[in-house]
Design a protein around this ligand. Structure first.
Ligand SMILES: [Zn+2]
Length: 203
């Protein structure tokens, strides 16, 4: 019943590395708006597993599965994040975010996020009475801040043809093209190599 991230393999269940918590959360609807779109948070257990993997809690923290209502709230929040950031990146800017999405984000952001505490050994550890709701608050806060900050200009859509993920480009020249070098970046390198190779061999 309890979900832990103590054993390493579970750690790669969900994609991460977009550079922002809200963007990692957004991509749990994989291939949004494309053929083959997949809901990765289809069950309360899946949401708990995402929180265990990407939340700030110490490895091995038990994250109880939330209720169905919280799952629906989380899915709604995720779509509100997408709605807000889409508006923010468009000509309208954040003011173009529809009121329902804005209200949901504001409400979620008002809840308490995970609290940091310094333990006796000098290590920082995060905890929350309700680990899932606290991480949802974190996600909402992250999205609101991102949508209204200069970092928004560095939010990009992955250049992979089979990927709809967004990421924060923190490279110095600002020319990052892939959500991840391990997945989309590698695929692109391979297909470039293949097309070069094929043209060289006179294909
Ligand atoms: Zn990608």
């Amino acid at each position: 019943m309890s979900v832990t991230s103590a054993s390493a393999p579970a750690a790669s269940r969900f994609r991460s590395g977009s550079g922002r918590l809200c963007l990692d959360f957004m991509r749990t609807l994989r291939l949004r708006g494309m053929k083959g779109a997949t809901e990765e948070l289809a069950t309360p257990e899946a949401l708990a597993a995402w929180v265990a993997q990407l939340g700030p809690y110490p490895a091995g923290t038990a994250v109880p599965a939330p209720t169905e209502a919280v799952l629906r709230q989380a899915q709604g929040l995720r779509e509100a994040v997408h709605t807000l950031l889409t508006a923010a990146r468009s000509d309208s800017g954040p003011v173009g975010c529809p009121p329902e999405a804005r209200d949901l984000l504001n409400r979620s952001a008002a809840a308490a996020p995970p609290a940091p505490a310094l333990d006796r050994s000098g290590a920082l550890a995060y905890s929350a009475a309700d680990p899932v709701e606290a991480v949802l608050a974190d996600i909402a806060r992250d999205a609101l801040v991102l949508a209204t900050s200069p970092a928004l200009e560095r939010v990009r859509a992955c250049g992979g043809p089979d990927c709809a993920a967004w990421f924060l480009d923190t490279s110095r020249p600002g020319n990052r093209r892939w959500c991840s070098m391990e997945t989309c970046g590698n695929k692109a390198k391979k297909s470039t190599w293949r097309s070069k190779h094929e043209s060289v061999s006179g294909g």
